[in-house]
Design a protein around this ligand. Structure first.
Ligand SMILES: NC(=O)c1ccc[n+]([C@@H]2O[C@H](COP(=O)([O-])OP(=O)(O)OC[C@H]3O[C@@H](n4cnc5c(N)ncnc54)[C@H](O)[C@@H]3O)[C@@H](O)[C@H]2O)c1
Length: 339
């Protein structure tokens, strides 16, 4: 059995990916500084070993990646717009340490293949000023001017991983994820993203629904099972165009936040009064261009937004109805956590 490390295995995407890889017969070493709680896929379902460690520290990175054939670097201090726009310093400090230390540990431990999870947040703000968003191609990332520190750090880390690939002959795979949603995603606490936040608000309300901004800002969303499939295709793909290059994994199904809310209300069979309130909105419009994905992977996501939202809404509704506070959430400014 090949030993595979998934960092961030206590989180949304990491736990789904670890579970899928374990089902494929790999021996999974999970690492995270948070143990999966009742809202996550349990560690004993997704991992053979689970290490509760701070991956900002190099020694921990060295330990969890030792003897591993593959490493998937998914650990990050992150959340939806509310979190990212309130925590620039934490995103820069924590994520750059994690990314560099995991990468260097992979080099020292002679890991065969390394996957790095980047984000659509790397793209320049000036290409995302219009809700009729142009599809963002991989080459649009440079010259760089991401909106937030979170996106700039992701772009820096992409460069670091690409350089290690060139300098040390490491096999490096990278992808830019575009708004991932699905069951077991964060749905309360201030780090949740728009689909989960809207599902929660709609599940617990019989009257009003608050939406940040005018709701005409647009995004495309990818369902978790499609995302995991895309990650595996990128990781195992042997097309030379994948070496050290970050490829979009998203959908091209552009939707406004108002339309997203309307779709969830239809699924919930509710008609709530929409209240537009000031809040962190992120860029005005963002869509993926999947040309490279089609060309290099010969693949595209298949889950429709309607179908993915149905599954997500049911899961969040069951969680919110069992939560005494109904998952009431606020944007959080977290304390810096000392090393
Ligand atoms: N969810 C999305 O829409 C999305 C979009 C673009 C990129 N990404 C990227 O995908 C990856 C996974 O995201 P996710 O949605 O699963 O987020 P998540 O927050 O659910 O998972 C990230 C995990 O990293 C862990 N972590 C953070 N700091 C750590 C540290 N110092 N030591 C150990 N573990 C630490 C967290 O505890 C968390 O469990 C991240 O790199 C994220 O930036 C996600």
């Amino acid at each position: 059995m090949k030993r595979v490390c998934v960092t961030g295995a206590g989180g949304f995407i990491g736990s789904h990916l670890a579970k899928r890889l374990r089902g494929m017969g790999y021996y999974i070493v999970g690492a995270d500084w948070k143990h999966p709680d009742s809202d996550c896929i349990r560690a004993d379902e997704s991992c053979d070993e689970f290490h509760l460690v701070d991956l900002r520290k190099y020694d921990n990175c060295l330990r969890v990646t030792a003897g591993c054939a593959h490493v998937y670097q998914l650990a990050a201090d992150m959340g939806g717009m509310g979190f990212i726009q309130s925590n620039h310093s934490a995103c820069i400090f924590n994520n750059s340490l994690i990314n560099l230390h995991v990468l260097e540990a992979c080099r020292v431990n002679e890991v065969d293949r390394v996957f790095y999870s980047s984000s659509a947040c790397v793209y320049p703000e000036h290409l995302q000023l219009d809700e009729r968003a142009i599809g963002l191609k991989e080459s649009h990332a440079w010259p760089a001017k991401p909106q937030d520190a979170y996106g700039l750090e992701k772009l820096f880390a992409e460069e670091a991983y690409a350089h290690y690939g060139r300098d040390f002959g490491m096999t490096i795979r990278m992808a830019r994820f575009h708004n991932v949603y699905g069951p077991y995603g964060t749905w309360k606490g201030g780090r949740e993203k728009a689909p989960a936040a809207l599902c929660r608000k709609i599940a617990v309300s019989d009257d009003a629904l608050e939406i940040w901004g005018d709701g005409e800002q647009t995004r495309s969303f990818i369902y978790i099972d499609d995302l995991v499939e895309g990650v595996l295709r990128v990781m195992f793909g042997d097309d030379p165009r994948l070496q050290g290059v970050a490829i979009n994994i998203g959908t091209e199904e552009l939707v406004s936040i108002n339309d997203l809310a309307n779709e969830i209300m239809r699924i919930a069979s509710k008609r709530l009064r929409v209240v537009h309130a000031p809040g962190p909105e992120g860029v005005r419009g963002r869509n993926s261009d999947n040309s490279m994905m089609r060309d290099v992977l010969g693949w595209e996501p298949t889950t429709s937004l309607r179908n993915g939202l149905e599954r997500t809404y049911e899961w969040i509704k069951s969680r919110a109805s069992n939560d005494p506070s109904h998952g009431r959430s606020e944007v959080v400014r977290q304390e810096m956590i000392p090393l």
